[in-house]
Design a protein around this ligand. Structure first.
Ligand SMILES: [Zn+2]
Length: 259
């Protein structure tokens, strides 16, 4: 096999791994954002419960004040009773007292409702604070794992880059440029194996006479896919005697329908 082809294949194998590591590294910001969002949601639930509790306490104070005000009125009305001269005025005052007492009862009902609600919010605050702690604990663990993974990926990335540089110096510059140009066009994949007389990258058939030339050249010559322009290589399948040869003809005959 051509030395340069061999070197390019090694570079390609490193490049594929680099692609993989790069893709892995690219997932971390989103994963970290998701963890942050989980904590934020749990914290928002605590804030929400506390705000609701605060509103309840404010309402309760208002209703307590209402009760006091109406009670004060009742006291005033009752004080006035002694000065009442007519039966009618007395009745009117009694009516006022009754209305004030109704208001007291209503305010006390609302007060009771608020107290019940307040207990509910207390429970909700406690539950949401507990949930927040749990989420924080889980997220801390996951973040730690993620940092470890990320550090490993960064290390792998650096190692692969170093390996790539080491491999690249062995390749003539014009071939390196050639490889990079094709790689850039094809998402980092510049080489393609020919299998079943087809370019495995784009799936297009290699013309029969080109394929014959490839077999004859036995990788001592460089070929390109006429469709996708990738550098092609062909590795003769390890021929297990007669049966395999027979198989291969039938395999290539049927494989046309597979892809
Ligand atoms: Zn192709």
């Amino acid at each position: 096999m051509l030395k340069v082809l061999q070197n390019l294949m090694q570079v390609q194998s490193v490049d594929l791994r680099l692609n993989d590591v790069r893709a892995r590294l690219a997932t971390f910001p989103k994963k970290i954002a998701e963890l942050d969002a989980r904590v934020a949601a749990a914290r928002a639930e605590v804030d929400h419960s506390k705000a609701a509790q605060l509103a309840t306490i404010k309402d309760r104070k208002k209703y307590e004040l209402d009760v006091e005000l109406w009670k004060e009125k009742v006291r005033k009305y009752k004080d006035q009773t002694s000065q009442i001269k007519t039966n009618e005025a007395y009745k009117a005052l009694q009516h006022e007292v009754q209305m004030a007492e109704d208001e007291i009862a209503k305010a006390e009902d609302r007060l009771l409702e608020q107290m019940v609600a307040s207990e509910e919010y207390d429970r909700r605050i406690k539950a949401s604070e507990k949930a927040l702690k749990e989420v924080e604990e889980i997220v801390r663990g996951e973040r730690g794992r993620m940092e470890t993974e990320k550090a490993a990926a960064n290390k792998e990335f650096a190692e692969l880059n170093a390996e790539r540089e080491r491999l690249a110096v062995e390749i003539p510059e014009d071939m390196r440029d050639h490889y990079e140009r094709i790689a850039k066009k094809h998402n980092g994949v510049s080489l393609a194996e020919v299998r079943d007389e087809k370019c495995t990258a784009c799936g297009m058939r290699v013309r029969p006479h080109v394929f014959q030339e490839m077999r004859r050249a036995n990788s001592e010559q460089m070929f390109h896919c006429e469709t996708c322009t990738r550098i092609l290589y062909y590795i003769e399948p390890v021929a297990a005697p007669a049966a395999a040869a027979a198989n291969q003809t039938s395999a290539s005959a049927t494989s046309t329908s597979e892809s």
